[in-house]
Ligand binder design. Structure first.
Ligand code: ADP
Ligand code: MG
Length: 564
């Protein structure tokens, strides 16, 4: 049964490999992080499944990762005694791209090395990163709980195909051996590998072990001792007191779980004790992930129960509009066998979720109020559009979110940047001005060039200039702020301006106007429902407005585009 079978990679894998080797060349050491993170995932899965089926541990007490190198053979080996894979799982997980986001990812590649490596990092194409440094990779694995004879050996040069062979493997888990490329000798060093582990994987929840070496005075070189020692901290970072953690520790852990190369914008670490007991470590990233709008996006919050990993991307722990938040929630009150279905309607989860949302919004409010607006501006430019969804999605926090919104406005319309808060708009409102005025258009240029603005400019009344796709939807749900109505300047319902100007007209003038409107009305009768004299325009002769209660012009156009 040891016949070797050859399989072809899925086309996308080939494409991905080529792009990745090129794009990630300057970050090539991340292969260690990726393989260690896979080993850690495999150990997490084993620990989780062994809770209900003790036999899966196969009598091994300690779950650990080993990292070794061999100077003569020029190989690096990473092994774990985790869940392992069956033959079918190897085929499904390695050699194909099971994730439907991958095509999208490939499409989003730009050719710009810095940007692409950032994207790849976020996507976490993990295992394939081993081909950045290797010209051949060998993986031997056996699923926990299966017979010793059911091991699988996978070998590939990363060039279109891989081979599969049935082998014996005494212990469960996975061993990956990288045959390094010619110029990759830098990685055949204890010092270098240890350094990478501490940089990227210090807070992996399991021990990472490396062989100790000792200086041999006679041979004048260091020699392996055959003894292994732990080289990472292996502490669940969130269980440690804040006072013992540095910004570096927090960043390091963020990068491990988010696959993002950047530092996070903020971390929020809380330990809650009392009726509910849980720890949360939440991160707000600096950059939006490329799949922010992808329904099948991955990553999010990781759920642990008493330090046992339960699931990734636990979407019930955060509302959709805060889907960019990364981190860990570790609860002492949920059962270990909790499922996604249970999470959906669970009181403990609801409480953790609303407290976590509050913490994120409070942190954002802090940035929003800070003297230095840089952090908030960065945040808003990346995630502002998603925050606008929050006004609709999160009714309970609507007021808090409204304060976080930023818009472009006529206060500074040279800039497209959204920097004006509703609070600052209200502070600048003129005497007697009762509403917050806005216009929604397809582009910023169209908004700021609209004839509807003429009168407002003349009177010095500020108007919010909206041109994000979501804005029309936003204003249909956000109808007031601190008791002030939000009003579109393209709607006909702006009597406050008309009546004031009409007061001083003589009877003759009024008659002349009526005659004029009658004439115009007749001429375009079939196209409009009414014609009125307006004081809203100063330079343009006429404009079209929507009647009270009607859709605004922009919404009408959107509907038309959608074929309604
Ligand atoms: P990701 O980790 O994001 O799923 P990877 O390319 O890193 O993507 O890994 C692909 C898949 O291969 C993993 O999801 C897992 O199913 C499997 N895998 C990789 N390494 C291991 C391992 N050491 N033990 C068990 N399964 C593994
Ligand atoms: Mg991975």
């Amino acid at each position: 049964m040891s016949a070797t079978e050859t399989h072809a990679f899925q086309t996308e894998v080939n494409q991905l490999l080529k792009l990745m080797i090129h794009a990630l060349y300057s970050n090539k050491e991340i292969f260690v992080r990726e393989l260690v993170s896979n080993a850690s995932d495999a150990l997490d899965k084993l620990r989780f499944e062994a809770v209900s089926n003790d036999a899966l541990t196969e009598g091994e007490e300690e779950l650990a990762i080993q990292l070794e190198f061999n100077k003569e053979a020029r190989t690096i080996t990473i092994s774990d005694n985790g869940i392992g894979m069956t033959r079918d799982e190897v085929i499904a997980n390695i050699g194909t791209i099971a994730n439907s986001g991958t095509k999208k990812f490939l499409e989003s590649m730009t050719g710009d090395q810095a940007k692409d490596s950032h994207l790849i990092g976020q996507f976490g194409v993990g295992f394939y990163s081993s081909f950045i440094v290797s010209d051949e990779v060998e993986l031997i694995t056996r699923k926990a709980g299966t017979a010793v004879s059911e091991g699988t050996k996978w070998v590939s040069k990363g060039e279109g195909e891989f081979t599969l062979e049935n082998v014996e493997k005494a212990s469960k888990g996975t061993v990956i051996t990288l045959h390094l490329k010619e110029d990759m000798d830098e990685f055949l060093s204890e010092h270098r590998l240890k350094g990478i582990v501490t940089t990227y994987s210090d807070h992996i929840n399991f021990p990472i072990k490396m062989e100790k070496s000792e200086w041999d005075e006679e041979a004048k070189e260091s020699k392996a001792t055959g003894e292994f020692e732990q080289v990472n901290k292996a502490t669940a970072i969130w269980t440690q007191p804040k006072s013992e953690l540095s910004d570096e520790d927090y960043t390091n852990f963020y990068q491990t779980i988010s696959h993002d190369f950047n530092e996070p914008l903020a971390h929020i670490h809380n330990k809650v004790e009392g009726t509910l007991e849980y720890t949360s470590l939440l991160y707000i990233p600096k950059n939006a992930p490329f799949d922010l709008y992808d329904r099948e996006r991955r990553y999010g919050l990781k759920l642990y129960v008493k330090r046992v990993f339960i699931m990734d991307d636990a979407e019930h722990l955060m509302p959709t509009y805060l889907r960019f938040v990364r981190g860990v929630i570790d609860s002492a009150d949920l059962p270990l066998n909790v499922s996604r279905e249970i999470l959906q309607s669970n009181k403990v989860v609801d409480k953790i979720r609303s407290a976590s949302v509050k913490r994120v919004l409070d942190q954002l409010a802090k940035f929003a109020k800070a003297d230095d607006q840089e952090a908030y501006n960065t945040f808003w430019d990346q995630f502002g559009q998603v925050m606008k969804e929050g006004v609709v999605e999160d009714f309970a926090n609507k007021d808090k979110i409204a304060k976080l919104l930023r818009f472009a406005s006529t206060h500074d319309d040279a800039s497209k940047a959204q920097r004006i808060s509703l609070e600052s708009y209200v502070d600048r409102m003129q005497e007697g001005q009762e509403a917050i005025y806005y216009i929604v258009a397809d582009t910023h240029a169209a908004a700021k060039g609209s004839p509807h603005l003429e009168m407002f400019r003349k009177k010095g009344i500020e108007v919010l200039l909206m041109s994000d796709r979501i804005d029309e939807w936003l204003v249909s749900h956000l109808t007031e702020f601190e008791g002030k109505q939000l009003k579109s300047i393209t709607s006909a319902d702006l009597k406050e301006f008309e009546e004031e100007a009409d007061k001083d007209l003589s009877d003759d003038e009024k008659q002349a106007r009526e005659a004029l409107t009658e004439k115009v009305k007749k001429a375009i009768e079939d196209k409009v429902s009414d014609v009125r004299i307006t004081h809203r325009l100063t330079d343009s002769p006429a404009c079209v407005v929507s009647a009270e209660g009607d859709m605004s012009a922009h919404m009408a156009r959107l509907m038309e585009q959608m074929g309604q």
